[in-house]
Design a protein around this ligand. Structure first.
Ligand code: ADP
Length: 433
């Protein structure tokens, strides 16, 4: 046990009283009784006055709540003051540490990408800035308010009041945002409301579902045709040889369609899963553009006028296979959507941003409302025409993907009935002029 510093001071006081008593006793014995008592009383009064004065000083110091200045006192009071002063300083330090920890915690919670609201019962105690954004709650102005008066979405109110918080719920806001909201109870009546923006995730999930549905649909049509003809052939053994030849022709046409679809799906999946195209490999664009011209002539088979303008000296760095696939799709579209007698013009040239490849046709054109959606998978302006010309609905999705991987953009200008111009614009470190 540490040595007490108060005890000797108390003992000093007791010694003073004993000394005063002894002096009074001696005076009473040798001089006069009354004088002895008087001396003893004066001694006690002096002691009392001293203690009252010290008590007064302590009271004033305590009232001031001053933790910095140390009070001046004597004897036992000096020790008491020192003890009180120390415990006050320790309490102040602890309080400051707690305040700092609370501030740090709040700053961390404020920086969270998810929304956090602390509820006491139904009342908002605190919320971070993300919760403000998600649930439109003001961290300062709305503190103390009932949350259901501010977040009035019926699903949320039902979830909060239902008390079953095992799973989060999804809320859709008016501006198209989708939130996942989870309530976590804690303490006596406290609850945490956590909100997360899952708009992107939800969109990806919807796209995935639509994609699977689209692929199934695209596959089912040729399969239905093939199995129908197979059935006919099986039942009609004696049939006309010409009919049988036609059925087989139609079946192989549908099989080719499925092949094209699978090939395009594989191209897309390779584009999605491959590492970025190399920055060290220069594509021989002169030869590639010439090849595009030759492919266009072969596809057109003399039905269109094909023009090629090929600037020399522009190098493109990246994957030759991907660029061939992207530009090849633009060329094949131009041929497929341009009636006989039309013109298709290919141009590889210097552009303000770097270099560009244009495919211009005098074909059927596209109405402006379709332009923003052209590169979506399976989006077609005219389903019948796309199918007739052997389209899979994936060509421009492949183009966009391959171009994005090369830091390039696709620009489309079109006038219905007059023609279209698709421009792949290359810029940045992938172009060398
Ligand atoms: P598809 O296999 O159907 O051609 P794409 O993804 O290549 O699919 O093109 C999407 C749609 O954009 C086409 O169905 C067509 O309606 C339209 N399109 C593409 N290129 C042209 C073009 N040069 N002229 C007119 N329409 C075009």
């Amino acid at each position: 046990m540490p040595e007490s510093r108060i005890a000797p001071r108390i003992a000093g006081n007791v010694a003073f009283i004993v000394a005063a008593g002894l002096v009074g006793l001696a005076i009473g014995y040798f001089v006069d009784d009354s004088l002895g008592w008087a001396v003893f009383a004066v001694g006690l009064l002096l002691l009392l006055a001293h203690h009252l004065l010290q008590l007064y000083a302590l009271g004033i110091w305590l009232e001031r709540g001053d933790v910095v200045g140390e009070p001046r006192a004597r004897g036992v009071w000096d020790e008491l003051h020192a003890l009180l002063h120390r415990s006050r300083r320790e309490a102040a330090t602890r309080e400051a540490e707690l305040a700092r920890a609370l501030t740090r915690w709040r700053e961390a919670a404020r920086a969270l990408p998810d929304g956090v609201v602390i509820l006491d019962g139904d009342r908002i105690e605190w919320c971070n800035d993300t919760a403000k954004l998600h649930l439109d709650i003001d961290p300062v102005g709305d503190a103390g308010n009932t949350i259901t008066h501010l977040v009035r979405i019926p699903e949320f109110v039902q979830y909060l009041e239902g008390g079953d918080y095992a799973k989060p719920i999804e809320l859709r806001s008016g501006d198209g945002r989708v939130l996942s909201v989870q309530i976590v109870p804690y303490g006596d009546a406290q609850r945490l409301v956590l909100s997360r923006d899952i708009t992107r995730f939800e969109k990806l999930e919807r796209m995935r579902r639509e994609f699977v549905a689209n692929v199934s649909h695209e596959m089912r049509t040729p399969l239905t045709v093939i199995s129908g003809f197979l059935e006919t052939l099986r039942e009609d053994n004696e049939g006309d040889a010409e009919d049988r030849r036609r059925y087989l022709e139609l079946m192989s046409e549908q099989a080719r369609r499925m092949e094209r679809l699978v090939a395009d799906l594989l191209t897309l999946s390779t584009l999605e899963s491959s590492p970025p195209p190399p920055l060290e490999e220069a594509i021989d664009m002169g030869a590639l553009v010439e090849r595009m011209g030759a492919d266009a002539r072969a596809l057109s088979n003399g039905r269109h006028k094909i023009e090629v303008e090929n600037a020399s000296g522009i190098e493109l760095l990246g994957s030759e296979k991907e660029i061939t696939s992207a530009l090849g799709n633009l060329v094949s579209n131009a041929i497929r959507y341009t009636p006989v007698g039309g013109t298709v013009r290919l141009r590889w040239h210097v552009a303000p941003e770097g270099a560009a490849f244009d495919v211009e046709d005098t074909g059927i054109g596209i109405s402006p409302e379709h332009l923003p959606r052209l590169t979506e998978r399976f989006y077609r302006v005219d389903r019948g025409r796309s199918r007739e010309t052997g389209g899979t609905g994936l060509g421009l999705a492949i183009v966009k993907h391959a171009l994005v991987r090369h830091g390039a953009t696709l620009d489309v200008q079109s006038t219905p009935g007059q023609g279209s111009r698709f421009t792949a614009r290359f810029a940045g470190p992938r172009v060398r002029i």
